[in-house]
Design a binder for this molecule. Sequence first.
Ligand code: 1PR
Length: 549
Amino acid sequence: MPKVHLLDTVSGNIRSLVNAIERVGFEIEWIQSPEDLAAAERVIFPGVGHFGHCMETLSKAGYTEPLKSFINSGKPFMGICVGLQALFTTSEESPSTPGLGIIPGTLRLFDPATKSVPHIGWNSAITIEGTEGSFYGLRPHSKYYYVHSYAAPVDDSLLADGWDVATGVYGEEEFVGAIGKGNVFATQFHPEKSGVAGLRVLKAFLNDVRISPLPDIRTAEPAQKSESRELTRRIIACLDVRTNDQGDLVVTKGDQYDVREKSAEGTGQVRNLGKPVELAKRYFEDGADEITFLNITSFRNCPLADLPMLEILRQTSETVFVPLTIGGGIKDLIDPDGAVHSALEVATLYFKSGADKVSIGTDAVIAAEEYYASGESLSGKTAIETISKAYGNQAVVVSVDPKRVYVASPSATQHTTIKTAFPGPHGEEYCWYQCTIKGGREGRDMDVHQLVKAVGAMGAGEILLNCIDKDGSKSGFDLELIDAVKGAVRIPVIASSGAGVPEHFVEVFQKTGSDAALGAGMFHRGEYTVRQVKEYLARKGLLVRDVEE
Ligand code: 1PR
């Protein structure tokens, strides 16, 4: 097998990239010291997380000058995500830390006043006319997976300086999605997470097949909606996983979080809807934009290294090239032999096994309670803070499990209420959303507004907004809840719970500002496929990522 050198100084989810490179027929050789760079023929540098942290790690390990020399030697170099950003002069994320300075310019924070930040999801990388000679495998109608808060603005001086630029559009901002000149090629998006379109880019770079000039379609009237240059509507397939009574790891699905079959005799077996790795692969092939695994029983009393979800992720990441999120049990853990592991260690193990994001439920509520008890001061020690500091806030999702508490009037509670169009059992016209922990089994004296504000302050990158009242109901998402949460935070919100038909996805995107929508039961039961949902959205004029074969 031909080889490529991989420089991984800032460890994150490198497994997906390794799997993607192997998938397109190349073998990895690791760069283990700065001296190895001199002998390398082709290098990929997948930076992750914080710009300053990445540059400082490179510098401390002695890589800065050897990396510049490699790039200046004319041998093929590819940067990914922060690996692209590292090529620039500076970043607003860490103004005092210099980048490699190969490309003139400063990375800027997306404007959070007008849209959710980070920018998460599938967007374009469309070449500006006449500038495609340094690119590999990019197609104007393909969508690529981005996750970042800072980006390089599109600047004429880049073009004047001979850089080829491909762009995406987020809200009112146009940003650099890919950039290249001579031997340098870099993508802000993650090719290893961009399905078939991303594998095509990697394969072309590794085989040195540059794209031939393509027309500039930025100003052309899109022939189809899917040609539009913006973020698509993200559809996420969610798999709740646990062991059943026979000891097998299964995908299950509850009604209001009760996952046992109902029978005349009472409570029955845990519902078994399939095998996690198989189902994830099916949803990927069907066009799911992301896959989320929720380990709903957290495998208490299991040593960290033996957690079954680690193997599920390892296997899934071999065939699924879209982002993978893992939730359940992300907190400080004590092994049965007494060994203590921090939440950061737990998350690290998941990232190394193929996860791109971790989702935190119970521990986030406890941390938020402590945040308010301490007068809204940050301890720096919570799982959210430590993981987002190490891996970037885009890697930390907070999964919220709220349920409605009806009240006759707002004055009946100290919590933030909404006036609901669906009154309570005694005609109550108001409700607040109570946060729960331990899979909905325990309600806390905290409302969803308080929770999302606190976790936003701690550095969470995204909210996975479940709703216990709606879970498994097939009656549509709780639009009132989603509206309330969108109004309270700037980070992206994933709508979850209640999807039963494709129309529910259209409704949630048209009537709320939700950034993504998640379905579970309707996919597992085979009532609709992800592809059918996306086709329906497209027919209704909503932009979705086409499934590429
Ligand atoms: O608290 O950090 O250990 O995380 C536990 C995680 O497991 C949380 O994310 C929590 O939401 C989840 N969880 C715990 N118990 C259950 C349960 O069902 N008994 N599942 C559970 C939550 C809810 C959704 C579901 C949607 C869509 N599952 O993710 O997939 O409601 O379903 P639908 O489309 O079929 O309506 P921690």
